[in-house]
Write a protein that binds this ligand. Structure first.
Ligand code: KIV
Length: 304
């Protein structure tokens, strides 16, 4: 009798544990499947809006070629930026100023061929949109027509609002970019943190409001104090993506060559390196050279 009730209690405990586990598992599953980014087959500007509304962080990276775009798209990155940082990491220039519209179109078309899911955004390069809104529209149309990308990005606030408005008339989504804007490096003089001073911070907030009002679907904030980035993010309804702008933005973006450790010389505080590919690639190439010189490559199986 006593042994029987003991067994009953044990059975009840096991059932209880199983029930808890089932509830925990199914609620985890429900949470997982309820995540906007997990349910969509194609990320659009509307998906990004929904992610902001639900408090889901947006992950964005740069890419400049088909092979890399394919890998990061299959990893389910939300947004791929064909950044004019291609001027630095692909072409070896000191600044982003020399890259041309034709260069950007070549990179962007290669990226789009490797992407199924991510939203592809392309930087309008220096000199193709400032000052002349008609030229801005022509540049943006060329990017959309010749690459198959879904949106363009450009740098600046009020001074480029007319260009943004014009591009939007053609139904082309525009992403803004404030804070450290590398195309203006010769005006700033250095790549230090922007908007530390009150006046510049006030101006940045005002520009952010103007960009939202003009119709930008999202905004990149580069290298500004985390507190200011948090304020901009909670003020705007559109998603705000940060780079060196702290944790309060709606998402993060990094240059792929930096986060994979291909670039060595660039080491700002905000950068987290996930790999040291520079050393990995160099080591692999050195091994290959040794194998060729020692005639251990190709071996019997590596020939016809
Ligand atoms: O060109 C670029 O890679 C960028 C990111 C740094 C946001 O604009």
């Amino acid at each position: 009798m006593v042994a029987g009730s003991c067994q009953d209690k044990k059975n009840k405990d096991v059932l209880k544990i199983l029930r808890y586990k089932f509830v925990a598992l199914s609620s985890g599953l429900i949470f997982y499947t309820m995540q906007v980014s997990k349910t969509v087959r194609k990320v659009t500007t509307h998906v990004l809006n929904e992610m902001k509304l639900k408090g889901e962080k947006i992950a964005m990276l740069t890419a400049y070629d088909y092979s890399m775009a394919r890998i990061i798209d299959e990893a389910e990155i939300d947004v791929i930026l064909v950044g004019d940082s291609a001027s630095n990491v692909m072409a070896g220039y000191d600044t982003t100023l020399p890259i041309t519209l034709d260069n950007m179109i070549y990179h962007a078309a290669s990226v789009v061929r490797g992407v199924r899911r991510a939203l592809v955004v392309v930087d309008l390069p220096f000199g193709t949109y400032q000052g002349d809104s008609k030229e801005a529209l022509v540049s943006a149309i060329r990017i959309m027509k010749e690459t198959g990308a879904a949106a363009v990005k450009l740098e600046g606030g009020e001074q480029v609002a007319e260009s943004i408005e014009r591009i939007l008339t053609a139904g082309i989504p525009v992403m803004g970019h404030l804070g450290l804007t590398p195309q203006s490096i010769h005006k700033f003089g250095t790549y230090v943190v922007r908007a530390r001073e009150e006046e510049e911070a006030r101006r940045l907030m005002e520009d952010a409001r103007i960009l939202e009002k003009t119709g930008c679907f999202a905004l990149v904030l580069e290298k500004i104090p985390a507190r200011l980035a948090g304020e901009v993010t909670s003020t705007l309804k559109i998603p705000v993506i940060g780079i060196g702008a702290g944790p309060k933005t709606d998402g993060q973006v990094l240059v792929i060559h930096d986060m994979l450790g291909i670039t060595q010389e660039f080491s700002p505080r905000f950068l987290r390196r996930y790999l040291n590919l520079y050393a990995e690639i160099k080591g692999a190439v050195q091994t290959y050279i040794t194998d060729v010189r020692s005639q251990s490559f190709p071996n019997d199986k590596e020939q016809y």
